[in-house]
Design a protein around this ligand. Structure first.
Ligand code: SF4
Length: 356
């Protein structure tokens, strides 16, 4: 299928398949520009002009895992480790609401120091003191734990699959099983979380066919929030000599995801801004509708080093909000005034359903 036919298939809301996803993911030059314009206009039509801001608290950089691309991996002994106290986490959330956020994202490495009960207490306290939506991004845990956090008031959960290619997944995740990660996502969905996943773009061995497989899988699962990170090699990891992903690859995937998931919340990620000072604005013009400014206390922010040259490390939370607001205004967009909960999507057409 050529690019024009593939774009037509996307705009006709055909069920995603590699046949038309691959030509879009490989688009270059003028075709890439057409892809971004189509995604941007669908975002505007379906999601409006609002960009939802989620305040991100990276509350612990301890991790029990050893993912081969990640600066927080347990064998990175050069990294100083930190944990925020319950009070520090809650105060960061309360402050986020005062600044204007409607959602707080609590993220950490896989750190079992925060038990099912202690995290539940933190969630309950934030809920009792604020009106914030709470998104958790704490990795793989068991069903009882996920369930306890949901009962405590957590609204959303982000667990990136990173890749659904069995071989690539095994190569970069020495501690994990792909089927186990998928099972966690199914459990989270069944428990009623607003469900987020995502992909790391530019992993060794990954190509457009592999990314197309990821899109098809996420569509079947019915994810509602999708985070895309370009892989940026970290010097203290086994993948330090790899090439990594590019901003263009990540932007094309954002655009394709917008076409496949018209109602999903898709962030312009900090990693995109780390590759290019305008990376987040470019993502917002290629289908993204969310930003996640960092509200982690500045004294530990530099230590959450998933990848090198991460931006926004020295700023305070108020500065990051203002910076995001001015970037959004520069695109004639507005800051979302509600919580930005998920919008339930209608079903796709089968290719046999014909034109809309
Ligand atoms: S990607 Fe997540 S689970 Fe893996 S080492 Fe980094 S923080 Fe830990």
């Amino acid at each position: 299928m050529n690019f024009t036919e593939a774009l037509e298939a996307a705009l006709n809301r055909q069920r995603p398949s590699a046949e038309w996803l691959v030509p879009l993911l490989e688009a270059q030059g003028e075709e890439e520009h057409r892809l971004f314009c189509a995604a941007d206009s669908l975002r505007s039509e379906q999601m409006g002009q609002a960009v939802h801001l989620r305040g991100l608290v990276e509350f612990s950089n301890h991790c029990r895992k050893n993912c081969r691309y990640c600066g927080l991996r347990r064998e990175n002994l050069k990294l100083s480790r930190y944990r925020l106290t319950r009070q520090e986490i809650v105060e960061a959330a309360v402050w986020a609401e005062q600044i204007g956020y409607k959602t707080v994202v609590l993220q950490s490495g896989e750190d079992l120091y925060y038990s099912a009960d202690s995290m539940a207490d933190i969630i309950r306290e934030i809920k009792s003191r604020t009106e914030l939506a709470i998104t958790l991004s704490l990795g793989e845990r068991d069903e009882i734990t996920y369930s306890r956090w949901k009962e405590a008031g957590a609204d959303r959960y982000l667990l990136r699959i990173e890749t659904t290619d069995e071989k690539i997944f095994r190569n970069v995740h020495p501690d994990d099983e792909l089927h186990q990660r998928k099972q966690c996502l199914l459990v989270l969905k069944e428990l009623g979380y607003q469900l987020g996943s995502g992909i790391l773009v530019g992993l060794p061995g990954q190509d457009a066919w592999s990314l197309a497989g990821d899109v098809v899988w996420m569509h079947k699962l019915g994810v509602e929030m999708i985070g895309i990170g370009p892989f940026i090699p970290h010097p203290e990891t086994p993948l330090k000599h790899e090439r990594g992903g590019t901003l263009s690859q990540a932007l094309r995937l954002v655009a394709v995801l917008r076409l496949v998931f018209p109602f999903a919340h898709i962030p312009a990620t900090t990693a995109m801004g780390s590759l290019d000072p305008s990376g987040r604005e470019k993502a917002l013009q290629a289908g993204a509708n969310v930003m996640m400014p960092n509200i982690t206390p500045a004294r530990v922010r530099q230590l959450y080093e998933l990848y090198p040259n991460k931006i926004c490390l020295d700023e305070d939370a108020g500065h990051c909000y203002a910076c995001a607001a001015s970037r959004i205004a520069s695109l004639n967009r507005t800051i979302g005034t509600d919580r930005g909960d998920v919008v339930k999507a209608p079903r796709c057409r089968s290719p046999r359903d014909g034109a809309p």
